[in-house]
Design a protein around this ligand. Structure first.
Ligand code: GDG
Length: 460
């Protein structure tokens, strides 16, 4: 392997033990190549703190850049999470356009490029993650970086029409064209990205499928992300005290696990569960919905609003349906331990993933990996989650259609064993095929085989 692997993501792994699929998947390659991971320091700092700090010295180098309070507001909460996130998730109505957001976003990207440029050798491979760093490759190129730079977008690629919401819509294609490889979650995202280039007079399509954009050449491909399948399956099958939780969970358990984000379709999910309870025959087993929804981005108004809406619905439904010895909806607004989560997935007869838009949705894959193949539960999966593109044997639902989801819950909870096994086996094949280690390897291999960067004439 030539050169080192350099990874850039907003969140930087901390602590000695690797956690999280991406971190585990890249650990080996980073270690072997003497690699580098760069991300935002978990604590905001004063405006004078503009260098890189080494954190958690381990088998590879982790360097953190600092964000001031103002940058955290403009780059992270602002442009990334109040402009790009809603835009990519089909919620242009939630986009907040403030000049300071874009300025902060560009300033942070420029600074990260400056801090990183002299650490990158020409034969290194740079892998940039997600919507926080769209302009990073362009900024690195301006500083003369010629190494291969790849980009993976974890969230949906926006439809062409949504890009007009941006303050400078033409920038999006220009930012992306500075990468050698653009990786997207699904074929649908790839088609949208290519549509963007196709409609751009600055771009032309080459016979090998790459896109020539002014002086640059970029490849676009889908790489559906996955999880650490074996680790999840093992954790789920390991008996813990949590198994006793079953006694309090009703006769049948339906589970949902999501950051409390408006893209995850939680209000309609709760309404669907309520409608299922309204319609269910008297003699059907008592079912409970366990919803784990840890808080996220609570300083953004749209996140406070979704929390209030969800709590109102949960309160109303519990008021209407609870008995002295049973509460139908258990809503946990804090994080649950990962291994306990795996056990709960296995305990649940059904899992509800009802995203209105979602890059992939790892919960869908975790739930499938956690099942007992001899007596598996049923995945109810939104057609609008990337996972729905390949997991076609899940019970696919339209998350805007509450009645359809209520029917899917009834179908899942009464599904015969043979059908459950057949559907689960098909979903598990998809989950195994996208295991996160293979996923990371495929991306890095593809990036290393990309057309090298053409002479960049934007050098200062
Ligand atoms: C983005 C894209 C794409 C959740 N609650 C707890 C907890 N979680 C874990 C889940 C899962 C992860 O968080 C959530 O991943 P998702 O994929 O479902 O969604 P996003 O956070 O929106 O992720 C998404 C992903 O990036 C990867 O590319 O799939 O589409 O939006 O792993 O288990 N984990 C623990 N306690 C919790 O309470 N331990």
């Amino acid at each position: 392997m030539s050169g080192k692997l350099v990874v850039v993501s907003n969140r930087i792994p901390t602590g000695d033990t690797p956690s999280g699929g991406l971190v585990v998947a890249l650990h080996g390659a980073l270690e072997q190549s003497g690699g580098l991971w760069v991300g935002a320091h978990p604590d905001t700092a004063g405006p004078g703190d503009t260098g890189l700090t080494e954190i958690d010295r381990g088998s590879y180098t982790r360097l953190a850049f600092h964000l001031s309070e103002a940058e955290y507001d403009s780059y992270y909460l602002g442009f990334a999470n109040s402009v790009l996130w809603p835009l990519c998730h089909g919620r242009a109505d939630l986009v907040e356009l403030e000049r300071s957001y874009e300025e902060g976003y560009m300033a942070v990207n420029r600074r990260v490029a400056r801090l990183l440029a002299d650490k990158i050798e020409p034969d290194d491979t740079v892998w940039v993650h997600d919507y926080h760093f769209l302009p990073l490759a362009g900024e690195l190129r301006k500083l003369g970086v010629s190494a291969r730079i790849g980009y993976f977008l974890h969230i949906p690629f926006p439809p062409l029409s949504a890009l007009s919401t941006l303050p400078s819509p033409d920038d999006f294609a220009d930012w992306l064209a500075s990468y050698n490889l653009i990786g997207l979650q699904t074929r649908r995202d790839t088609a949208r990205c290519l549509e963007m280039f196709r409609s751009d007079p600055r771009a032309e399509f080459m016979t090998d499928g790459t896109v020539k954009f002014q002086d640059r050449v970029v490849s676009v491909r889908s790489f559906p992300i996955g999880i650490e399948v074996d680790r999840f399956a093992e954790a789920a099958a390991t008996p813990t005290d949590a198994a006793d939780l079953g006694a309090d969970m009703g006769e049948q358990l339906v589970i949902g696990v999501d950051r409390l984000d408006y893209s995850k379709g939680l209000p309609n999910r709760f309404r669907a569960f309520g409608e299922y309870l309204d319609r269910k025959p008297e003699d059907a087993p008592r079912a409970s919905l366990l919803q784990v929804a840890p808080p996220t981005r609570e300083r953004v108004a749209a996140y406070r609003a979704i929390r209030a809406e969800l709590e109102e619905i949960a309160g109303r439904l519990n008021g209407a349906h609870s008995e002295l010895d049973w509460t139908p909806i258990r809503y946990i607004h804090h994080a649950v331990d990962r291994d306990l989560l795996a056990v709960l997935y296995r305990r649940a007869e059904a899992c509800l993933v009802t995203s209105l838009a979602d890059g992939m949705n790892l919960v869908a894959k975790e739930y499938v990996a956690a099942q007992d193949p001899e007596d598996p539960g049923v995945l109810i999966l939104s057609r609008f989650a990337g996972a729905g593109e390949d997991m076609t044997e899940a019970l696919l639902v339209n998350p805007y259609d509450v009645s359809e989801m209520a029917e899917a819950i009834a179908t899942a909870l009464s599904m015969p064993l043979e059908e459950r096994k057949r559907r689960h086996a098909a979903c598990l094949r998809v989950v195994r095929d996208s295991d996160v280690s293979g996923w990371a390897q495929r991306f890095v291999d593809c990036l290393r085989n990309c057309v090298p960067t053409l002479a960049y004439d934007g050098l200062p």
